[in-house]
Design a protein. Structure first.
Length: 488
């Protein structure tokens, strides 16, 4: 624990949904839900307007639609979210060399290491200024927590939501934590909370008073001891600038169970290619390929194969995933598939056996007079020689080409976004982040004048913060708390 609240935790407010509202004037102030829109999709983020109806992240999308039938339901636009996240992380990097991102919308910052704060007053000032900068650069809001430890800073930012700031003054930690539910502490999930409840412990104060020995008896030495320290407000974890990823993976949940074994294999190969794309984007390679299969009865199986060395070769990963699939019984149907790579490294070991196999395959095709067609993928209908997945309906094709919420451009009407598609039609609302709510028009899904587009910046002319934090405009007024006592 530090003597000054110089650890900052930033959590953007309803990030995905807020970004969509900022991009779409017609949705501001209205309930917005972002996530998978299929029957088995889940909510990624819900706007605060949608949360009033009981919608929350990780909720099945079907349940969200029952609770908020009139909300706008949108497919995530990760290219936009990453762009905004990069802007936010760049601002945080100006405060300190020690920035620990937890996700696109959340990070810890060690203000003391950056020399930007060393006491309560300077930490609170920089926290307020950070909120000002984020609003000016991105048009979005974030909540800030300040404390002497990572655990308390994260709790503070959660208590400050939405669009607020909370500073937990040194010496007040125990009093602030005492009445909070045990789920407030990191590492206490539903199962642990239920176990503690049966032992008569429902608040953080209950854990502190129970003593370390009792918690160790209930939860084991490592977990029990750690939980007792956190209940006492003790957390010495440092802010780590780079959190090394341990794996890269992708997965898909299907609207209807897959029964065709050929289709299942095709989907596994497609996921393997996507996984390698992410691997290469991170400039990494991996040694162990992992296959995840969730069957019709919700049973989940994982299989893995460790290669001779790290690789980022799509052929190697694809073939390994296909071999793993052979050991899985998919009778009855598959509802989810995933492919991942673990054992990450910064280098690639050439796979001579894979190369030799490719050469033998090419030689065989050439001998059969098929080399040209194999190179072009003409005999398979794809650019990599693999068979096409099973046929899709016109509605599925429309939904894939025109996802709800994604950007489009029309030769006559300009930039807009997809409100929905169906029955061979796509409905578009034409508006931009800084325009008034736009008009809605409907087109054929194959209209040649309509095409997908890239997201527009949320702020057309952002304030220049290149010299920040040395020179920053006065901070905005907003909910500021200190020591657990709130004031509007």
């Amino acid at each position: 624990m530090r003597a000054a609240p110089t650890i900052l935790h930033l959590d953007m407010d309803a990030f995905y949904a807020s970004a969509e509202q900022a991009a779409k004037p017609s949705l501001r102030g209205k309930p917005v839900v972002v996530g998978g829109l299929g029957p088995r999709g889940v909510v990624a983020t819900a706007s605060y307007e949608a949360r009033r109806f009981g919608v929350h992240s990780a909720m099945p999308m079907a349940q969200a639609r029952r609770l908020a039938p009139n909300a706008a339901y949108l497919v995530p636009r990760f290219s936009l979210y990453r762009s905004v996240s990069d802007q936010v992380m760049e601002l945080l990097g100006r405060l300190s060399p020690l920035v620990e991102p937890l996700s696109l919308d959340e990070a810890f910052v060690d203000l003391e290491a950056g020399g930007t704060a060393d006491d309560t007053a300077s930490a609170l000032a920089i926290g307020e200024q950070l909120r000002e900068a984020i609003g000016a650069v991105t048009g979005l809001s974030g909540s800030v927590g300040l404390a002497g430890s990572k655990m308390l800073a994260k709790i503070a930012s959660e208590e400050a939501k939405p669009d607020g700031i909370l500073l937990i003054a040194p010496g007040t930690e125990r009093d602030l934590l005492a009445p909070m539910p045990v789920r407030t502490l990191p590492g206490v999930g539903p199962a642990t909370a239920d176990h503690l409840r049966r032992a008569g412990m429902t608040t953080v104060n209950d854990l502190a008073e129970a003593g370390e020995a009792e918690l160790v008896r209930l939860l084991g030495k490592a977990h029990g001891g750690s939980l007792h320290r956190m209940a006492s407000g003790q957390d010495d974890r440092p802010v780590v600038a780079e959190r090394d990823a341990k794996s890269v993976s992708v997965e898909d949940t299907f609207d209807t169970d897959l029964h065709d074994r050929v289709r299942v294999r095709s989907e596994v190969e497609r996921l393997a290619d996507r996984c390698v794309q992410r691997l290469r984007a991170a400039e990494r390679s991996g040694r162990t390929v992992v296959l995840k299969v969730r069957r019709y009865d919700f049973s989940t199986l994982t299989r893995s194969e460790t290669l001779r060395g790290p690789t980022d070769d799509p052929t190697v990963v694809r073939e390994a995933a296909a071999r793993l699939l052979e050991s899985v019984d998919t009778t009855g149907g598959v509802r989810l598939l995933g492919v991942g790579v673990t054992g990450l490294a910064d280098y690639t070991q050439e796979d001579l056996f894979a190369q030799a196999a490719d050469e033998r395959t090419a030689a065989g095709l050439a001998a059969a007079g098929l080399a040209d067609r194999a190179e072009a993928g003409a005999d398979a209908g794809t650019d990599d020689g693999r068979p096409e997945p099973g046929p899709e309906s016109a509605e599925q094709l429309a939904a894939r080409r025109w996802p709800a919420g994604h950007d489009v451009r029309h030769d006559t009407h300009g930039h807009g976004w997809v409100q929905g598609s169906g029955v061979g039609r796509v409905t578009v609302r034409f508006e931009e982040p800084e325009s008034a709510p736009g008009r809605v028009r409907t087109f054929r899904i194959d209209d040649p004048a309509l095409r997908p587009a890239d997201p527009l910046p949320l702020v057309r002319d952002p304030v220049d913060y290149s010299s920040w934090p040395a020179s920053l405009p006065k901070s905005r007024s907003g909910p500021v708390s200190s020591g657990g006592e709130s004031r509007p």
